[in-house]
Design a protein around this ligand. Structure first.
Ligand SMILES: [Zn+2]
Ligand SMILES: [Zn+2]
Length: 237
């Protein structure tokens, strides 16, 4: 019945691919097969943080303490990944997050520990009300549903924190200090956490969230981010 209903909806209100604009059936989650096949797995990556290596050197975790035991970024920044993340974050097309769930679930086995809890990078209340959802939370909830690993809300973003998008590399690290706080600490004490976020640029956000979780008793934090933005360009998606 559900299939018939969505077929009917697809005929009356077809969806468009967020990248090329072609009409797509709803089960494709706003990304056509051709565009999806252009998503490029992040390559030339640091084994710890998945940052792009420059002459074999990681500019993200070689000079700075990196709190997650390992971060995996799934895709390079390209026209398709940029369009998908942009539509998810800024155009209210929340359904596009479903494209990424299977890719995230596939990589969970790459960590050397069993994950106890899935969590997301939080969004403060004002931003949440404005956007209507937190895209990182949608991703983490989707992963939890597919894998059966418990999702827990264990981080909060303080009010009125400045946006990272307009800042340069060092400013981003300074700006995130104490931007997040942990909640429900009993849920994650001595547990292994998988933190999920959409974009990895300097790693400052994931790093600060992980620092807070570890200081508050998490045994380990791993993270998966959907897109790796080129640090040297600091392009904002
Ligand atoms: Zn397309
Ligand atoms: Zn690194």
């Amino acid at each position: 019945m559900k299939a018939v209903f969505s077929l009917f909806l697809d005929i009356i209100f077809p969806c468009s691919c967020v990248s090329c604009g072609d009409l797509v059936p709803s089960y494709r989650n706003y990304l056509c097969g051709r565009c999806q096949s252009q998503l490029k797995v992040a390559h030339n990556s640091c084994q710890i943080c998945s940052g792009l290596l420059y002459n074999g050197r990681c500019l993200i975790c070689s000079d700075r303490k990196f709190y997650p035991s390992k971060n995996i970024s799934l895709f390079n920044y390209c026209d398709v990944s940029r369009a998908a993340v942009h539509s998810l974050k800024f155009e209210g097309i929340r359904g596009v997050h479903r494209v990424f769930i299977p890719y995230i679930c596939e990589r969970i086995g790459d960590f050397d520990r069993k994950i106890d809890i899935v969590a997301s990078v939080p969004m403060n209340r004002d931003k949440y009300i404005k956007r209507g959802y937190n895209q990182s939370e949608l991703l983490a909830l989707g992963v939890s549903r597919k894998t059966g690993i418990e999702y827990a809300g264990i981080l909060k973003e303080r009010k009125n924190s400045a946006q990272q998008r307009s800042l340069n590399y060092s400013e981003r690290f300074i700006n995130v200090i104490d931007r997040y706080e942990t909640v429900n600490n009993n849920k994650f004490r001595n547990k292994v956490i998988l933190l999920i976020d959409d974009v990895f640029t300097t790693g400052a956000t994931v790093n600060e969230c992980s620092r807070k979780l570890i200081l508050s008793g998490a045994s380990r934090v791993f993270s998966i981010t959907v897109v790796r933005s080129d640090l040297k360009k600091l392009e904002n998606v």
